[in-house]
Design a protein around this ligand. Structure first.
Ligand SMILES: C[S@@+](CC[C@H](N)C(=O)[O-])C[C@H]1O[C@@H](n2cnc3c(N)ncnc32)[C@H](O)[C@@H]1O
Length: 219
């Protein structure tokens, strides 16, 4: 495929993905926080890990209703926050709940992270149950690592592979997730990005911490 043809097809995929997200969250957003609490496990554990490390600039990718950003700001009001969110119903809620954050309409795969903070790089990039919905998670992670400030970290909290429950139950759960365009994060993908991984109970969720991408040497 030529460069032009592939960028046209990527735009078409984005438009379809955005239409799916807007349709889905148009009706799901009002009940989102209450209904997700029982099954988006591990989020508060990940937030506690983040709050314990130093950071000045943090961005959440696929920030949804702003639930995580509001908690982080309560723990670390000294920092600056931004959110990437491609779904309009979610963005409206997010902007109302987090008026102190920069809210940007964009996609994880190619967002310009530095434009969020007046050309400074973020110290933390958080993917909380968004990587499993992102169409090209490998590209999103590579791009996030390459965009970090020196010493920064990408944090991922998301569904695991349920390796500690009977296989038939795990398959049933994964089929149910698939109906909502959700694919658990691949262990090999995280390993390839030099992640340190903490497994949640039953392999239900994982928390991964990824270092910045090595900078090209200037000779
Ligand atoms: C399951 S929700 C998680 C929301 C929030 N992070 C949380 O922990 O409650 C997934 C979010 O990812 C967003 N999303 C989906 N695809 C995305 C993409 N390619 N780039 C950025 N965000 C995306 C969705 O619009 C949605 O808000």
């Amino acid at each position: 495929m030529s460069g032009h043809a592939s960028s046209v097809s990527a735009r078409g995929d984005r438009a379809r993905h955005r239409a799916f997200l807007d349709g889905y969250y148009g009706w799901a957003e009002p009940l989102y926080d209450v209904t997700r609490k029982p099954y988006l496990l591990g989020r508060d554990r990940a937030l506690a890990r983040i709050a314990a490390r130093p950071y000045v600039r943090l961005v959440e990718v696929g920030a949804g209703t702003g639930r995580n950003l509001a908690r982080l700001r309560a723990l670390r009001p000294d920092a600056t926050y931004a959110a990437i969110e491609p779904s309009a119903p979610m963005r409206r809620r997010l902007a109302g709940r987090c008026p102190w954050a920069v809210v940007h309409d964009g996609f994880a795969e190619d967002v310009d992270y530095r434009a969020l903070f007046a050309l400074a790089r973020p110290d933390v990039i958080l993917f909380s149950y968004s990587l499993s919905m992102i169409q090209d998670p490998a590209r999103a992670l590579r791009h996030a690592r390459a965009s970090l400030a020196p010493g920064g970290e990408v944090f991922v909290v998301d569904f695991g592979d349920l390796h500690r429950v009977p296989r038939s139950m795990a398959q049933l759960f994964h089929r149910w997730l698939d109906a909502f365009h959700v694919r658990p994060v691949d262990r090999a993908l995280l390993a390839g990005e030099r992640a340190r991984v903490e497994e949640g109970r039953w392999g239900y969720y994982r928390i991964a911490r990824l270092p910045p991408a090595p900078q090209p040497r200037v000779s």
